[in-house]
Design a protein around this ligand. Structure first.
Ligand code: SF4
Length: 205
């Protein structure tokens, strides 16, 4: 697989925010979000053998793995081989939802983040459907107009509001905090979950 980086940190988003995790960041993405905070992962990366990846993951004293990117499902054959061998880990997968997931059986939680118009990408069909409780949906929100788009999206794909997390867009602490106040109020009104983005607020990986 082509790997961008492997590191130990805390999950910054969603229901597991604050949970220590080893991050496996795969290189390559099929989207080009204009506010992407990991543009380096679009191309930068090195080929690694499965056993070397496992050794690099195991060197940290943590049995929770977050697979991210880039878009990790572009390399799911490699991921399948890895997850078959990696025993005794709980696994979360981050995905933009544009690629069907064939490795659900190895994963405890799928964090699907469909990109709205504010990302600058052309619209795409959701391939990671709310077929089971493993999948939750995270949306990056810039302004009130995004809420209308999210409401239409979840109606179209029959996604329950309890599975949805709204997160403020921003690549700086100040922007995240500025957008959090009104977004929390929108979540209370609409019945969505709010998620902050701890890694940006704390300026950590
Ligand atoms: S899908 Fe994720 S990695 Fe790809 S461009 Fe968008 S934010 Fe960046």
């Amino acid at each position: 697989m082509i790997i961008s980086e492997i590191f130990h940190s805390i999950q910054g988003e969603g229901p597991n925010a604050g949970k220590p995790a080893v991050f496996l960041r795969l290189s390559g993405c099929n989207l080009r979000c204009k506010w992407c905070d990991t543009k380096y992962a679009w191309k930068q990366g090195g080929e690694m053998e499965t056993n070397d990846i496992i050794r690099a993951i195991r060197k940290y004293p943590c049995r929770h793995l977050v697979i991210t990117g880039g878009e990790p499902l572009l390399q799911q054959n490699g991921l399948k081989e890895l997850l078959k061998k990696l025993k005794n880990y709980t696994v979360e997968l981050e995905t933009n939802g544009s690629v069907a997931c064939r490795i659900t059986g190895f994963i405890e939680q799928i964090n699907c983040s469909p990109k709205l118009k504010n990302s600058g990408n052309p619209p795409y069909s959701l391939r990671v459907k709310p077929a089971n409780k493993k999948v939750l949906y995270k949306f990056i929100v810039q302004e009130g107009e995004d809420l209308k788009e999210i409401n239409a999206f979840i109606r179209k794909y029959k996604i329950p509001k309890t599975s949805v997390y709204l997160m403020p867009e921003g690549t700086s602490r100040a922007t995240i905090l500025k957008r959090s106040g009104w977004l929390v109020e929108s979540c209370k009104k609409e019945g969505y979950n709010f998620s902050s983005r701890l890694h940006i607020i704390m300026n950590i990986k």
